[in-house]
Design a protein around this ligand. Structure first.
Ligand code: AMP
Length: 279
């Protein structure tokens, strides 16, 4: 596996692929790779001539400096995992490569994506995501990018950024990979105790229980019941909300099949976890 630490090395390799008309799949990550990340890389490997993964913990998207400092780093294990599955390239930029001195902030009107759920609860987060993803797309020039639906609102933000600046790049939103318990895999799970992981499995159980209530009780009662279920397991919910999958607008009415998305953000052992279900 080729490992690029500078933009020049990456660019030379990219130009070679372009000249041979080879397709490039891209999986942007912040490292501490788990099977969820690996499932995206495997999909890319099966669909493209080449696949590149990036590992970069983007300081601009952390609204909580403590969360940034505690973000797990397991670079040697990450490299071994990617080599094992035959990934061709890994890009590990430093801050200067992503944000050079002449870096100009990318403007993007996030509209309603900024005003609900992750938007107000993580001020500045999506603006930071837009900056880093823009830079990565510009440097990597991928044909197709693989993103996880676990970060549902982030998928919508990146889709808007793609529609605005990178129309030719294809996006593939991939299903959430879960532990046997149902807990969505996340690098942050590494910071949970075994007991915390068991507790956190209630998040997906709650999502499934709420999805079964569609059309049976009023949406607001269902969402309150979700908060209550979480609380009964000792989990404090930041939000439990229903949005329309097409518009990403909050909804207080059940929607037609596959257009309902319930999203949860909550804290387990002081670690912020998110998950969602579409039905
Ligand atoms: P991160 O390293 O957390 O920034 O995630 C990098 C990419 O992997 C993002 O597109 C995430 O949505 C995706 N991802 C994270 N967790 C999972 C999971 N459990 N299943 C599938 N994709 C995931």
């Amino acid at each position: 596996m080729l490992i690029f630490k500078t933009n020049n090395e990456l660019n030379d390799w990219r130009q070679q692929l372009l000249s041979k008309n080879n397709t490039l799949g891209f999986v942007p990550t912040m490292g501490a790779l788990h099977q969820g990340h690996i499932s995206l890389v495997e999909k890319s490997l099966s669909e493209n001539h080449y696949t590149i993964v990036s590992i970069y913990v983007n300081p601009k998207q952390f609204n909580d400096v403590n969360d940034l400092n505690k973000y797990p780093k397991t670079i040697e294990e990450d490299i071994a995992k990617l080599k094992k599955i035959g990934c061709q390239a890994l890009y590990i930029p430093d801050n200067e490569s992503i944000y050079p001195k002449d870096f100009k902030t990318i403007s993007l009107n996030l509209g309603g994506l900024k005003t609900i759920l992750e938007g107000p609860n993580r001020p500045g987060h999506f603006e930071g995501v837009v900056q880093v993803v823009y830079q990565l797309f510009k440097l990597v020039i991928p044909n197709k990018v693989y993103l996880g639906l676990k970060d549902y609102q982030q998928c919508k933000v990146i889709e808007l950024m793609r529609d605005t600046y990178f129309k030719s790049i294809e996006l593939d939103f991939c299903p959430t990979y879960r532990e046997d318990s149902g807990l969505a895999m996340s690098s942050r799970n590494m910071r949970l105790s075994e007991q915390g992981k068991m507790k956190a499995a209630s998040i997906y159980k709650t999502l499934k229980a709420l999805s079964a209530l569609r059309d049976n009780i009023a949406v607001n009662n269902a969402l309150d019941y979700g908060k209550h279920l979480l609380k009964s397991k000792g989990i404090e919910a930041e939000y439990v909300a229903l949005v329309n999958a097409k518009t990403f607008k909050l909804s207080n009415k059940w929607l037609s099949k596959n257009n309902n998305v319930i999203l949860i953000a909550c804290y387990v052992e002081n670690i912020r976890l998110i998950d969602n279900i579409q039905f």
